[in-house]
Design a protein around this ligand. Structure first.
Ligand code: 5GP
Length: 212
């Protein structure tokens, strides 16, 4: 039997929904996941390291990578380019890993178009009020930035129906488990087991011929 290829998982959600922590939880608990590190033209924030949070690059190099077909998707977000490097995604999928892309909605839609078997998950806090509370609690952003992020969240909420699932990040551990169960179920869908189905079918046809 062949090794089942991994699936592509898009994880999106409002700023403050806790996506980063969820991804860390998944990677720590299960070894079947791999996180894709994006390329961006935005400047690193304090503490961000090249090659860890992002591959930081220039606009010129980014555009060169687009032309060379080096990205599976990319988007312009708040004036900066963000994109998913192709090589890592392809390698990890072939090795059977479920590759997580933590990207915004324009990229998510492009992924669904190019990879119809990908799984799109949207993460949200239990309510709008809780999102506002979490953003305020961080204490790192000014009232103006919080207001901008809430406005952005309101815009993003218009696109949620494009996703396959919405999960509520209330308790972190439960949410990690819920995402893992969704991925596990998705991998059992016949649409993602075409090779296995093809093999069984061929084998059975062989028996039928043999009996004729
Ligand atoms: P930030 O600047 O806060 O790190 O990211 C801004 C937004 O860009 C977030 O919604 C993040 O999920 C998204 N993003 C990060 N990497 C990529 C990528 O490779 N492609 C796309 N389309 N969006 C990305």
């Amino acid at each position: 039997m062949n090794v089942q290829k991994g699936i592509l998982i898009v994880l999106s959600g409002f700023s403050g929904a806790g996506k980063g922590t969820l991804v860390k939880g998944l990677l720590k608990k299960y070894d079947e996941y791999a996180l894709s590190v994006s390329m961006t033209t935005r400047a690193p924030r304090e503490g961000e390291r090249d090659g860890v949070e992002y591959f930081f690059t220039t606009r010129e190099k980014f555009e060169e990578t687009i032309v060379n077909n080096g990205l599976v998707e990319y988007a312009l977000y708040c004036g900066n380019y963000y994109g998913t490097p192709r090589a890592y995604v392809e390698e990890q999928l072939a090795a059977g890993k479920n590759v997580i892309l933590e990207i915004e909605i324009q990229g998510a839609l492009k992924i669904k178009e190019k990879f119809p078997d990908s799984l799109l998950i949207f993460v949200t806090p239990p309510s709008g009020a809780e999102l506002k509370r979490r953003l305020e609690k961080r204490g790192t952003e000014s009232a103006e930035v919080i207001a901008r992020r809430l406005a952005r969240a309101a815009e993003e909420s218009e696109g949620i129906e494009a996703y396959d699932y919405i999960v509520i990040n209330d308790s972190l551990e439960e949410c990690v488990e819920e995402i893992h169960r969704l991925v596990d179920a998705a991998r059992r869908a016949p649409v993602r087991r075409k090779e296995l189905i093809g093999e069984i079918r061929e084998e059975l046809k062989g028996f039928v011929k043999g009996a004729e």
